[in-house]
Design a protein around this ligand. Structure first.
Ligand code: GDP
Length: 296
């Protein structure tokens, strides 16, 4: 286990005590450690480079006051920049739409879309007092439709039936129609995922987006995906106007660098974190806490 970034920096800067400023000459070694810490946390390389450049710019010329060392000052600059990059205070779900507000769930297979759809349903019922309907557009995997039915029941939401012989677009339209007639506040649409990016699937979800006009298009991504999360995020961002990110499997032992990568690539806010397989394992994303986790 690598030691915490602050320890490593303090080792480097031992000889530097008494320097009053962070300068080009004393920052280089420290930034190398920051870079290592980010790479160890599985932040993607181009994202790391970009981030380091920003930190360097902010750190240079910072006064080192009182009992602080240059290392401590740099750690706080890094922390602040990480938290600011990952969080922008927009955390909850936007429901500012003529009901039913539609939420489209996007992501690779296995990312946790179906589980997260039910978690979100529970959240919206309990915290926002909404009437929630879920529907699955995953006509390729009958088991996925059944899975959504099961977890929706656990969430205490209503489930709209669909079957593999239907077209996703028809399912979505039927669900929307039902939602309107039954005064549903929020319609959560779970979609098919592939193990890798797939053009036909991207077209399908784009069509769904066009037909449903969702108020939220959420990209669900597995925090354990590490470096690959960047490519996945890019592909979904190019296909859809993402409005938010949900990072799943944060209870795993990854340092969660994917959060920084995905946030930077999509520009969309990270709204929630999945923290267990259970239906109540969804937390509002806390950027500051997560910054600390990434830095180790
Ligand atoms: P989908 O293919 O994207 O719909 O993914 P699923 O919802 O079926 O989830 C895939 C697996 O990940 C399942 O075994 C879930 O229980 C698990 N899972 C989803 N979210 C989390 C989470 O936040 N933490 C943990 N530990 N497991 C999760």
């Amino acid at each position: 286990m690598a030691s915490a970034l602050s320890d490593r920096l303090s080792r480097i800067v031992k000889e530097m005590r008494g320097q009053a400023r962070i300068t080009e000459s004393n920052v280089t070694d420290m930034l190398r450690e920051v870079r290592m810490a980010l790479l160890e946390a599985d932040v993607a390389l181009p994202v790391v480079r970009d981030f380091i450049a920003r930190v360097k710019e902010k750190a240079l010329g910072q006064d080192v006051v009182g009992s602080l060392t240059p290392g401590q000052v740099l750690v706080s600059v890094v922390n602040r920049e990480l938290a600011a990059t990952m969080g922008d205070g927009v955390s909850d779900i936007n429901l500012a739409a003529q009901p039913p507000a539609v939420i489209l769930m996007a992501g690779l297979q296995g990312a946790g879309k179906t589980t997260t759809t039910a978690k979100l349903a529970k959240h919206l019922i309990e915290k926002r007092k909404k009437k929630v309907l879920t529907v699955s557009g995953d006509v390729y995997r009958p088991a996925a439709i059944e899975q959504l039915k099961t977890v929706t029941a656990q969430a205490g939401a209503e489930w709209f039936p669909s079957s593999p012989d239907q077209k996703p677009l028809d399912i979505a339209r039927a669900a929307l129609d039902y939602a309107k007639k039954h005064y549903v506040d929020v319609l959560l649409v779970d979609t098919a995922g592939r193990l890798a990016i797939d053009e036909a699937l991207m077209r399908e979800i784009q069509e769904l987006h066009g037909a449903l006009n969702p108020v939220e298009t959420l990209f669900v991504v597995d925090a354990m995906q590490g470096q690959d999360a960047v490519n996945t995020a890019k592909a979904f961002k190019d296909a859809l106007p993402l409005t938010g990110i949900i990072l799943t499997k944060m209870d795993g032992d990854s340092r969660g660098g994917a959060a920084l990568s995905v946030r930077q690539v999509t520009g969309a806010p990270i709204k929630f974190a999945g923290v267990s397989e259970k239906i109540d394992g969804l937390e509002v994303f806390d950027a500051e806490r997560h910054a600390g986790r990434i830095l180790g």
